[in-house]
Design a protein around this ligand. Structure first.
Ligand SMILES: O=C[C@H](O)COP(=O)(O)O
Length: 253
Protein backbone atom coordinates (compact mmCIF):
# COMPACT_ATOMS: atom_id res chain seq x y z
CA UNK A 1 0.00 0.00 0.00
CA UNK A 2 1.27 3.46 -0.78
CA UNK A 3 2.54 5.70 1.97
CA UNK A 4 0.60 8.59 3.51
CA UNK A 5 2.92 11.52 4.15
CA UNK A 6 2.91 15.03 5.54
CA UNK A 7 6.15 16.80 4.63
CA UNK A 8 7.17 20.28 5.76
CA UNK A 9 9.35 22.37 3.45
CA UNK A 10 10.90 25.06 5.62
CA UNK A 11 12.32 26.89 2.58
CA UNK A 12 14.76 29.67 3.63
CA UNK A 13 13.39 30.26 7.13
CA UNK A 14 14.65 30.08 10.73
CA UNK A 15 17.98 30.70 12.42
CA UNK A 16 19.74 27.83 14.16
CA UNK A 17 18.06 28.38 17.54
CA UNK A 18 14.57 28.50 16.06
CA UNK A 19 15.27 25.51 13.83
CA UNK A 20 16.51 23.45 16.75
CA UNK A 21 13.52 24.45 18.85
CA UNK A 22 11.01 23.38 16.20
CA UNK A 23 12.81 20.07 15.66
CA UNK A 24 12.72 19.33 19.39
CA UNK A 25 9.02 20.23 19.50
CA UNK A 26 8.37 17.96 16.53
CA UNK A 27 10.22 15.08 18.15
CA UNK A 28 8.22 15.44 21.32
CA UNK A 29 4.98 15.65 19.33
CA UNK A 30 5.86 12.55 17.34
CA UNK A 31 6.81 10.60 20.46
CA UNK A 32 3.55 11.49 22.19
CA UNK A 33 1.09 11.09 19.33
CA UNK A 34 0.23 8.11 17.17
CA UNK A 35 0.30 9.77 13.76
CA UNK A 36 -1.56 8.14 10.86
CA UNK A 37 1.04 9.23 8.31
CA UNK A 38 4.78 9.56 7.93
CA UNK A 39 6.13 12.97 8.91
CA UNK A 40 9.04 14.45 6.97
CA UNK A 41 10.81 17.80 7.05
CA UNK A 42 13.07 19.58 4.56
CA UNK A 43 14.97 22.20 6.58
CA UNK A 44 17.66 24.45 5.06
CA UNK A 45 20.70 22.31 4.26
CA UNK A 46 22.82 23.90 6.99
CA UNK A 47 20.52 22.19 9.55
CA UNK A 48 20.38 18.71 8.02
CA UNK A 49 23.05 17.22 10.32
CA UNK A 50 21.33 18.70 13.35
CA UNK A 51 18.05 17.17 12.22
CA UNK A 52 19.71 13.77 11.86
CA UNK A 53 21.05 14.08 15.43
CA UNK A 54 17.70 15.12 16.88
CA UNK A 55 15.68 12.47 15.00
CA UNK A 56 18.21 9.78 15.81
CA UNK A 57 15.68 6.96 15.59
CA UNK A 58 14.32 8.27 12.26
CA UNK A 59 11.12 9.43 13.96
CA UNK A 60 10.88 12.10 11.28
CA UNK A 61 12.26 11.84 7.74
CA UNK A 62 14.97 14.35 6.89
CA UNK A 63 15.10 15.77 3.35
CA UNK A 64 17.22 18.36 1.58
CA UNK A 65 15.34 21.00 -0.40
CA UNK A 66 17.39 20.30 -3.52
CA UNK A 67 20.41 18.30 -4.66
CA UNK A 68 22.87 18.48 -7.51
CA UNK A 69 22.46 16.81 -10.88
CA UNK A 70 26.21 16.08 -10.75
CA UNK A 71 27.91 13.37 -8.76
CA UNK A 72 30.77 15.51 -7.39
CA UNK A 73 33.29 18.13 -8.40
CA UNK A 74 33.57 21.86 -8.99
CA UNK A 75 29.97 22.89 -8.36
CA UNK A 76 30.19 25.58 -5.71
CA UNK A 77 27.30 25.70 -3.30
CA UNK A 78 25.80 22.37 -4.32
CA UNK A 79 24.91 19.29 -2.33
CA UNK A 80 25.44 15.82 -3.78
CA UNK A 81 23.41 12.63 -3.47
CA UNK A 82 26.52 11.01 -2.04
CA UNK A 83 26.71 13.64 0.73
CA UNK A 84 23.07 13.12 1.56
CA UNK A 85 23.52 9.37 1.67
CA UNK A 86 26.55 9.79 3.93
CA UNK A 87 24.53 11.61 6.59
CA UNK A 88 21.69 9.08 6.16
CA UNK A 89 19.22 11.67 4.91
CA UNK A 90 15.88 10.19 3.84
CA UNK A 91 15.79 11.97 0.50
CA UNK A 92 15.54 15.26 -1.32
CA UNK A 93 12.93 17.54 -2.79
CA UNK A 94 13.55 17.86 -6.52
CA UNK A 95 12.21 20.42 -8.98
CA UNK A 96 10.36 22.63 -6.51
CA UNK A 97 8.74 25.50 -8.41
CA UNK A 98 10.99 28.01 -6.62
CA UNK A 99 14.04 26.14 -7.96
CA UNK A 100 12.47 26.24 -11.42
CA UNK A 101 11.57 29.93 -11.16
CA UNK A 102 14.74 31.33 -9.60
CA UNK A 103 17.37 28.81 -10.71
CA UNK A 104 16.19 27.77 -14.16
CA UNK A 105 15.59 24.13 -13.31
CA UNK A 106 13.89 22.02 -15.95
CA UNK A 107 12.42 18.56 -16.00
CA UNK A 108 15.58 17.25 -17.67
CA UNK A 109 17.59 18.44 -14.67
CA UNK A 110 15.01 16.80 -12.42
CA UNK A 111 15.34 13.54 -14.33
CA UNK A 112 19.10 13.42 -13.70
CA UNK A 113 18.69 14.34 -10.03
CA UNK A 114 15.99 11.73 -9.48
CA UNK A 115 18.18 9.02 -10.98
CA UNK A 116 21.15 10.00 -8.80
CA UNK A 117 18.96 10.10 -5.69
CA UNK A 118 17.55 6.63 -6.38
CA UNK A 119 21.01 5.23 -7.03
CA UNK A 120 21.98 6.34 -3.52
CA UNK A 121 18.87 4.94 -1.87
CA UNK A 122 17.36 8.40 -1.30
CA UNK A 123 13.65 9.15 -1.79
CA UNK A 124 13.17 11.81 -4.47
CA UNK A 125 10.14 14.04 -3.91
CA UNK A 126 9.55 15.24 -7.43
CA UNK A 127 7.56 18.49 -7.55
CA UNK A 128 5.53 19.57 -10.56
CA UNK A 129 2.55 21.77 -11.36
CA UNK A 130 1.29 24.40 -13.76
CA UNK A 131 1.53 28.19 -13.58
CA UNK A 132 -1.51 30.46 -13.38
CA UNK A 133 -1.17 31.36 -17.08
CA UNK A 134 -1.09 27.70 -18.04
CA UNK A 135 -4.16 26.94 -15.92
CA UNK A 136 -6.05 29.91 -17.38
CA UNK A 137 -5.17 28.70 -20.88
CA UNK A 138 -6.54 25.25 -20.02
CA UNK A 139 -3.10 23.67 -20.46
CA UNK A 140 -2.74 22.20 -16.96
CA UNK A 141 -3.36 18.55 -17.89
CA UNK A 142 -0.89 18.71 -20.76
CA UNK A 143 1.76 20.59 -18.75
CA UNK A 144 1.68 18.11 -15.89
CA UNK A 145 1.75 15.18 -18.34
CA UNK A 146 4.87 16.52 -20.07
CA UNK A 147 6.57 17.26 -16.75
CA UNK A 148 5.86 13.76 -15.47
CA UNK A 149 7.02 12.05 -18.65
CA UNK A 150 10.27 14.01 -19.01
CA UNK A 151 11.24 13.75 -15.34
CA UNK A 152 10.23 10.17 -14.66
CA UNK A 153 9.77 8.01 -17.71
CA UNK A 154 13.38 6.87 -18.02
CA UNK A 155 12.93 5.06 -14.69
CA UNK A 156 12.21 1.37 -14.33
CA UNK A 157 8.95 0.23 -12.73
CA UNK A 158 10.83 -0.64 -9.54
CA UNK A 159 12.42 2.81 -9.49
CA UNK A 160 9.27 4.83 -10.08
CA UNK A 161 7.55 3.10 -7.17
CA UNK A 162 10.17 4.68 -4.89
CA UNK A 163 9.49 8.22 -6.13
CA UNK A 164 7.06 10.50 -4.32
CA UNK A 165 5.38 13.10 -6.50
CA UNK A 166 4.23 16.46 -5.14
CA UNK A 167 1.70 18.23 -7.33
CA UNK A 168 1.98 21.93 -6.53
CA UNK A 169 0.09 24.33 -8.76
CA UNK A 170 2.36 27.38 -8.81
CA UNK A 171 -0.61 29.73 -8.39
CA UNK A 172 -1.43 28.12 -5.03
CA UNK A 173 2.04 28.30 -3.46
CA UNK A 174 2.28 30.81 -0.64
CA UNK A 175 -0.67 32.74 -2.05
CA UNK A 176 -3.37 31.58 0.34
CA UNK A 177 -5.23 30.37 -2.73
CA UNK A 178 -5.65 26.59 -2.54
CA UNK A 179 -6.72 24.31 -5.36
CA UNK A 180 -10.10 22.97 -4.34
CA UNK A 181 -10.00 19.33 -3.22
CA UNK A 182 -11.77 18.44 -6.48
CA UNK A 183 -9.28 20.39 -8.63
CA UNK A 184 -6.37 18.71 -6.86
CA UNK A 185 -7.95 15.24 -7.05
CA UNK A 186 -8.54 15.65 -10.76
CA UNK A 187 -4.85 16.31 -11.44
CA UNK A 188 -3.68 13.62 -9.02
CA UNK A 189 -5.87 11.06 -10.79
CA UNK A 190 -4.51 12.34 -14.10
CA UNK A 191 -0.89 11.87 -12.95
CA UNK A 192 -1.68 8.38 -11.71
CA UNK A 193 -3.33 7.49 -15.02
CA UNK A 194 -0.28 8.71 -16.95
CA UNK A 195 1.94 6.45 -14.82
CA UNK A 196 -0.54 3.58 -15.21
CA UNK A 197 -0.53 3.94 -18.99
CA UNK A 198 3.22 3.35 -19.07
CA UNK A 199 3.92 1.11 -16.07
CA UNK A 200 0.54 -0.53 -15.33
CA UNK A 201 -2.07 0.20 -12.68
CA UNK A 202 -0.38 -1.86 -9.99
CA UNK A 203 2.77 0.26 -10.20
CA UNK A 204 0.79 3.52 -10.39
CA UNK A 205 -1.13 2.56 -7.27
CA UNK A 206 2.15 2.30 -5.34
CA UNK A 207 3.23 5.88 -6.04
CA UNK A 208 2.39 8.41 -3.33
CA UNK A 209 1.22 11.73 -4.75
CA UNK A 210 1.20 14.70 -2.36
CA UNK A 211 -0.59 18.00 -2.84
CA UNK A 212 1.16 21.28 -2.06
CA UNK A 213 -0.06 24.86 -2.14
CA UNK A 214 -1.52 26.75 0.81
CA UNK A 215 -2.46 23.65 2.80
CA UNK A 216 -3.58 24.87 6.23
CA UNK A 217 -5.09 23.29 9.36
CA UNK A 218 -8.60 24.13 8.18
CA UNK A 219 -8.40 22.56 4.70
CA UNK A 220 -6.00 19.62 5.21
CA UNK A 221 -8.58 17.01 6.20
CA UNK A 222 -10.75 17.59 3.16
CA UNK A 223 -7.80 17.61 0.78
CA UNK A 224 -6.35 14.41 2.27
CA UNK A 225 -9.72 12.65 2.04
CA UNK A 226 -9.52 12.58 -1.79
CA UNK A 227 -8.76 9.11 -3.15
CA UNK A 228 -5.61 10.00 -5.11
CA UNK A 229 -4.17 12.47 -2.61
CA UNK A 230 -1.71 10.75 -0.30
CA UNK A 231 -0.70 13.71 1.82
CA UNK A 232 0.77 17.16 1.56
CA UNK A 233 3.94 19.15 0.99
CA UNK A 234 3.50 22.06 3.35
CA UNK A 235 5.34 25.39 3.23
CA UNK A 236 4.24 28.28 5.46
CA UNK A 237 2.13 26.16 7.79
CA UNK A 238 5.08 23.83 8.51
CA UNK A 239 6.93 26.58 10.37
CA UNK A 240 4.88 26.33 13.57
CA UNK A 241 4.17 23.10 15.43
CA UNK A 242 0.64 24.24 16.21
CA UNK A 243 -0.32 24.44 12.53
CA UNK A 244 1.81 21.57 11.27
CA UNK A 245 0.48 19.14 13.88
CA UNK A 246 -3.11 20.02 13.00
CA UNK A 247 -2.33 19.28 9.35
CA UNK A 248 -0.80 15.92 10.34
CA UNK A 249 -4.00 15.24 12.24
CA UNK A 250 -5.92 15.73 9.00
CA UNK A 251 -5.25 12.01 8.57
CA UNK A 252 -6.89 11.09 11.88
CA UNK A 253 -10.38 9.69 11.51
O1 LIG B 1 6.89 23.21 -0.67
C1 LIG B 1 5.82 23.70 -0.29
C2 LIG B 1 4.97 24.44 -1.18
O2 LIG B 1 5.69 25.33 -1.95
C3 LIG B 1 3.75 25.01 -0.56
O3 LIG B 1 4.02 26.19 0.14
P1 LIG B 1 2.81 26.91 0.95
O4 LIG B 1 2.20 25.82 1.81
O5 LIG B 1 3.45 27.98 1.73
O6 LIG B 1 1.84 27.39 -0.08
Amino acid sequence: MRKKIVAGNWKMNKNVIDAQQLMIQLLSYKNNNATQCEVWIAPPSIYLMMAKDIFEKDEIGVFSQDMSEHESGAYTGELSADMLESIEATGSLIGHSERRQYHGETDSHCNRKIKLALDKGLIPVYCNGETLEQRKAGQHFEVVKNQTEVALFTLSAEEIKKVVIAYEPVWAIGTGETASPEQAQEIHAHIRSIIAAKYGQEVADEVSILYGGSVKPDNAKEIFSQPDIDGGLIGGAALKLEDFSKIIEGFNS
